[in-house]
Write a protein that binds this ligand. Structure first.
Ligand SMILES: CC(C)(O)CC(=O)SCCNC(=O)CCNC(=O)[C@H](O)C(C)(C)COP(=O)(O)OP(=O)(O)OC[C@H]1O[C@@H](n2cnc3c(N)ncnc32)[C@H](O)[C@@H]1OP(=O)(O)O
Length: 257
């Protein structure tokens, strides 16, 4: 438990980080950033954790970066401190990250969800990049990750108008992987996390690396990267066990090594 988040273990090999600033709709101030990045880095080092879920409250995953904290800042302040660069630490987390989103995921909230590997939405979720209505633009990756996730037409629409889309439109656009009733959100997210965490840990991390590489490389380079990772799975116990278990018609017992 910290001031802005709680950390639980709702299932075997699964960690749950919950944002706990409900009165401010989980607005992301610098302290939240420090606590989430520190918590995820620590959980990433824990060999007993195979997936991490990040969630908010029923009303808001997060309604954006903290406007009250940002409002008085000058260019010199935000440039000198390289505001929001601290969130880059989340990209270095190798454990699969799942965003479980109910209610508002606006601005930095939408951007935080997009830093995760998988996005599961409650039917109450609302996504948007409303920065333009505040006279600014996205600053935690919205213009880049949203465009990669849903394409230029929709990303321009959301970033230029500041409009909000509901969970079903977000699913149709490819921003979220599944939509569930709000009451089932955490159960669904924990279930998905448990499934991922039951897989070979090195294989899950390699899948994450390989899929993410698709956004950073040409097709030829990406295919080579994937193939070399695939080759390296043959150095693991889990490849031997996974294939032996298939042949012997039994469930695998992965050692995560
Ligand atoms: C990281 C970047 C650079 O990309 C930028 C950003 O993230 S900029 C921020 C983008 N987000 C927004 O513009 C959304 C701001 N919030 C709202 O528009 C509304 O709060 C709402 C539509 C999400 C919900 O409206 P409503 O139900 O009427 O609740 P409120 O009374 O407005 O809010 C309750 C309470 O929360 C505070 N709040 C909400 N959002 C933020 C925020 N982003 N930063 C700081 N505080 C926020 C709001 O001020 C209220 O608190 P009190 O004033 O009552 O103390």
């Amino acid at each position: 438990m910290t001031d802005t988040i709680t950390i639980d273990r709702p299932a075997d090999r699964v960690a749950l980080i919950t944002l706990t600033r409900p009165k401010a709709l989980n607005a992301l101030n610098l302290q939240v950033m420090r606590e989430i990045t520190a918590a995820t880095a620590e959980l990433d080092r824990d060999p007993d954790i195979g997936a991490i879920v990040i969630t908010g409250s029923e009303r808001a995953f997060a309604a954006g970066a903290d406007i009250k904290e940002m409002a008085p800042q000058t260019f010199s302040d935000v440039y000198a401190a390289d505001w929001f660069a601290g969130w880059d630490a989340l990209s270095r987390v190798r454990t699969p990250l799942i965003a479980a989103v109910a209610g508002y995921a606006l601005g930095g909230g939408c951007e935080l969800a997009m830093m995760c590997d998988l996005l599961i939405a409650a039917d109450t979720a609302k996504f948007g990049q409303p920065e333009i209505t505040l006279g600014v633009i996205p600053g935690m990756g919205g213009s880049q990750r949203l465009t990669r996730a849903i394409g230029k037409a929709k990303a321009m629409d959301l970033c230029l108008t500041g409009r909000t889309i509901d969970a079903h439109e977000a699913e149709r656009a490819g921003l979220v992987s599944r939509v569930v009733p709000a009451a089932a959100l955490l159960e669904e997210a924990t279930g998905v996390a448990t499934k991922i965490a039951s897989m070979s840990r090195p294989a899950a991390r390699m899948v994450k690396e390989a899929v993410n590489r698709a956004f950073e490389s040409s097709l030829t380079e990406g295919l080579l990267f994937e193939r070399r990772l695939f080759h390296s799975t043959f150095a693991t116990h889990d490849q031997k066990e996974g294939m032996a278990a298939f042949t012997e018609k039994r469930p695998p017992t992965f050692r995560h090594a």
